[in-house]
Design a protein around this ligand. Structure first.
Ligand code: BDR
Ligand code: CA
Length: 312
């Protein structure tokens, strides 16, 4: 049976790779993509998602726009660091052909809510941006905290330092209040944070391989990833953040996962930090599962599906 998945993305470079990975996987029933702000503004992220889907021949997948800014903010502009890493257009300054499909009229919130009701436990929502869309869903229908599907979050850092500052990871830092709401909600959440995403590598060799197939997809994705590689670590490799969440949803057995009651700091110097809720240390049945280790070779092997697709 195929796995029903919604991807909630702030479609920058690694989100695009996560999207391609899910879209080309025959074991995935990709129900839709919901767009959020983060690496880019929501409208740009939605556009990028449509274009990536067209590039991999999956224009049948609908894309919905969600939150335009964090819960406690009135507006959003991408941070300089996001522009530097993902490019002004979010996809490494590479020009994708425009998809002829448009963004859906229905909001991301309604789409997520309706899908949660229709699919129940047989739905996984994978988020690779700020958690604002999911938090908004919970604000609109609080009883959805009893929903028994799965949420896989790329975000946070428990055993390692953050990447925005010592404490906070970028996706959580964009909207700590939303993240706190989701982690404390009681939903079945798996956190795929920097603890694991920084252990796997995407390299220049991967980009060369993608390009060598000579297909439009491989050439554009190689260019996009080269931009990202150059502007993140400045070497010939980079981390595998967002695709790790897709891999984890399909193959949790590659990961070492600890159940914990997780929360997010919203005050002080460690605002945006994902941390165990000290008030709930003695409580049973933690709802968050935190990935603390991974067989990186398995994640890297999963990325080979992209190379195979680019060369087929
Ligand atoms: C996360 O931040 C974004 O820049 C990436 O797309 C990823 O989702 C990594 O901290
Ligand atoms: Ca992302």
């Amino acid at each position: 049976m195929k796995k029903n998945i919604i991807l909630d993305l702030d479609t920058g470079v690694d989100d695009s790779i996560a999207l391609a990975l899910a879209a080309i996987d025959p074991s995935v029933n990709l129900l839709g993509v919901t767009a959020t702000f983060g690496n880019v503004t929501t409208d740009v992220g939605a556009r990028n998602a449509l274009d990536v889907l067209a590039l991999v021949g999956r224009s049948d997948v609908p894309v919905y726009e969600g939150a335009y800014h964090a819960l406690n903010q009135q507006k959003f502009q991408p941070h300089d660091v996001s522009v530097r890493i993902h490019g002004r257009n979010g996809v490494g300054q590479v020009s994708f052909s425009r998809s002829t499909r448009e963004v859906e009229k229905e909001s991301a919130f309604d789409f997520i809510i309706n899908s949660m009701h229709s699919y129940g436990k047989d739905l996984t929502i994978i988020t690779t941006g700020p958690l604002t869309n999911l938090a908004t869903v919970l604000q609109r229908e609080p009883e959805l905290c009893f929903w028994n599907g799965q949420v896989v979050v790329m975000g946070g850092a428990l055993t390692v330092r953050g990447n925005v500052n010592h404490f906070a990871e970028a996706n959580i830092s964009q909207d700590p209040e939303a993240a706190k709401m989701v982690f404390e909600s009681g939903l079945d959440v798996t956190m795929v944070g920097l603890d694991v995403t920084m252990r796997s590598r995407l390299t220049q060799h991967d980009a060369d391989l993608w390009r060598s197939g000579g297909k439009q997809f491989g050439i554009l994705f190689a260019g996009m990833v080269e931009y990202y590689i150059t502007n993140t670590l400045g070497s010939d490799e980079t981390y595998v953040h967002d695709p790790s969440a897709v891999v984890c949803s399909l193959h949790p057995e590659y990961f070492t996962i600890i159940p914990l009651h997780l929360t997010v700091e919203t005050e002080g110097v460690d605002r945006g930090r994902t941390i165990v809720d000290h008030r709930r240390l003695r409580e049973g049945n933690p709802t968050t599962k935190v990935c603390v280790d991974v067989d990186a070779s398995k994640v890297e092997m999963s990325l080979e599906k992209i190379a195979t697709f680019a060369r087929s």
